[in-house]
Design a protein around this ligand. Structure first.
Ligand SMILES: [Zn+2]
Length: 140
């Protein structure tokens, strides 16, 4: 294993590779979060969105946001033997999302003014995800 990161679809793997040069700090923060969750919870990270050029009001239009899936039981039946669990469908547990956010807020800084969190969990149901973000400094 290089990094315990999966991608919702294959184009995101190329975007994540591009993020390494577009926003090295956010790339490193995402990798650090994935490793932290893997070591603490043995859960894979699934990246669901990175660059959204048309979403102009969002940090995602500027290579400053990465979305990571939070597990929802609707993705497969409650009986784990009833279906094939695919790593891309798993995502982080709510507990892992909560705990890694506490660590990320200590380890990383949005913009030096503490005006924004670097890790926000939001969305409902199968859309629930952790939004990782850094301030404008990170792409300069
Ligand atoms: Zn987001």
């Amino acid at each position: 294993m290089i990094l315990p990161i999966n991608f919702k679809h294959q184009a995101l793997a190329a975007e994540f590779a591009e993020l390494r040069t577009r926003n090295p700090a956010l790339y490193a923060m995402t990798a650090a979060a994935a490793l932290w969750v893997w070591h603490e919870y043995r859960q894979h990270t699934t990246v669901t969105s990175i660059y959204r050029p048309d979403d102009t009001d969002s940090v995602h239009a500027h290579w400053r946001g990465v979305d990571v899936r939070v597990y929802h039981p609707g993705r497969w039946p409650a009986d784990p033997n009833a279906t094939i669990r695919r790593e891309e469908e798993e995502g982080w547990s709510e507990e892992a999302a909560r705990e890694v956010a506490l660590w990320l807020e200590r380890a990383f800084d949005y913009d030096g003014s503490e005006s924004h969190d670097v890790s926000i969990t939001h969305g409902e149901g199968m859309n629930r995800h952790v939004h990782l973000q850094l301030g404008p400094w990170s792409t300069r």
